[in-house]
Design a protein around this ligand. Structure first.
Ligand SMILES: Cc1ncc(COP(=O)(O)O)c(C=O)c1O
Length: 403
């Protein structure tokens, strides 16, 4: 260690902030590509689609005609109203614009939600496996993530029974993501209602991450409506539920950094104060662009892409099963398969590295998503066209020495 480094103090909390393993895989993938070899990227959490044209055009028009000053910390009034209408039209639930806070991606919404609810040492119940950033948001705020192991019996979701068993005097929040990252599985509206009831009884708050809403392929369960069926949001479960969403996934705007939150009325003012201080305002350009998301033209584009993701899903799941992977619960949404690789390896991390360096296929090892048997799981993102998925399957097959 040099002199300067030894004198610099780093906060103790940093010891508990883990790196994203998927980044390590991406770095390795770049090294493999630098050697002139082709890599099929199934590790990345964003599809290959670019932002829909009407959204890009709206951004260009806004750049030419609107001043790019800060907006209110809560977001543009027009956009908050458009999101409110979206809840009415798609979910048949009345969410006034006053409860909608536009944020820098759902990441900022999650930080704000945890920020207004947690004191040091307060606990948050999270599913394991689950989205890794949540536990790090909680730790950054001095809270304690309580990882609840979940498996196929609850579709890898945190439900009211296990949540009740893990609830302690320090629990303040229970969190659900539907569809989930990394499993693509969903909770039913009834399960959400039970979780909301539990949180109410215990004096805690339910936070529901709906960032993959819209990217749902099976209608039996959850929000995606078949013709004549009604889509459902956790916003219907009560004003006291915090709902998180984003323009990143369904509207394919990951890099624009725009999301939103539906907040309980009694928290709105505190969230506003925190948002003013942490972020001043979400991106003005991204907000003007996002106004075009709710236009029928854009919805038609993203719905066509949803159908394409479903085609990829329908190809990939049986192909993985034929290779020897287990897919105990069919993912209904998002663009991930959380596959059990225990018949093929005892160490998913070593397997992912070897598969990448020897066969040129990048996958994410379970390690990123918690401590619940990560060594026997891999997340495979169907964010590439079917032809590339076929190529990946052929390479994995060869790697495994299959005929
Ligand atoms: C479950 C989940 N929540 C939240 C996020 C954060 O997304 P963003 O900040 O782009 O809205 C992600 C990103 O992959 C995610 O998978």
């Amino acid at each position: 260690m040099n002199d300067m480094a030894s004198r610099l103090r780093i906060a103790a909390r940093m010891a508990n902030i883990e790196p994203f393993e998927v980044m390590e895989i991406q770095t390795l993938a770049r090294e493999v590509e630098a050697q002139g070899r082709d890599v099929v990227h199934l590790e990345i959490g964003e599809p290959d689609f670019t932002t829909p044209r009407p959204v890009v055009e709206a951004a260009k028009r806004a750049l030419d005609s609107k001043p790019m000053f800060y907006t209110s910390a809560m977001g543009l009034a027009e956009l908050r109203s458009a999101i409110s209408r979206f809840y009415r039209d798609r979910y048949h639930v009345d969410v006034p614009a006053s409860r909608i806070i536009v944020t820098a991606g759902s990441s900022a919404a999650l930080l704000l939600a945890f920020g207004v609810l947690l004191d040091p040492d307060d606990e948050v119940l999270l599913s394991d496996p689950g989205y890794p950033c949540n536990r790090h948001f909680v730790r950054t705020l001095g809270g304690v993530p309580r990882l609840v192991p979940v498996g196929p019996e609850t579709r890898y979701q945190l439900t009211a029974g296990p949540a009740r068993r893990h609830w302690t005097d320090r629990t303040r929040i229970a969190m659900v993501a539907t569809p989930s990252n990394p499993t693509g599985t969903m909770v039913t509206p009834e399960e959400i209602a039970e979780m909301a009831c539990l949180c109410r009884d215990k004096g805690g708050t339910l936070v529901v991450d709906e960032i993959y809403h819209g990217l749902v392929y099976d209608d039996e369960i959850g929000p995606r409506s078949a013709p004549g069926r009604q889509a459902r949001s956790a916003a219907e479960a009560g004003e006291d539920v915090i709902v998180i969403n984003s323009f990143s996934k369904y509207f394919q705007m990951t890099g624009w950094r725009l999301g939103w939150m539906v907040a309980p009325p009694h928290l709105v003012r505190d969230i506003e104060k925190l948002a003013q201080n942490l972020f001043i305002s979400p991106s003005t350009l991204a907000q003007h662009a996002a106004l075009a998301c709710f236009e029928p033209e854009t919805i038609a584009i993203v719905e066509e892409r949803r159908a394409e993701l479903d085609r990829r899903r329908r190809y990939l799941i049986p192909a993985l099963e034929a290779l020897g992977f287990g897919v105990p619960v069919v993912p209904q949404g998002a663009f991930y398969v959380y596959a059990d690789c225990s018949r093929l390896t005892r160490d998913s991390f070593a397997f992912a590295r070897e598969l990448l360096t020897k066969a040129g296929v990048a996958l994410t090892p379970g390690k990123d998503f918690g401590q619940n048997e990560p060594e026997r799981h891999l997340r495979i993102a169907y964010t590439q066209p079917v032809a590339r998925l076929e190529e990946a399957v052929a390479r994995i097959s060869q790697f495994l020495g299959k005929p």
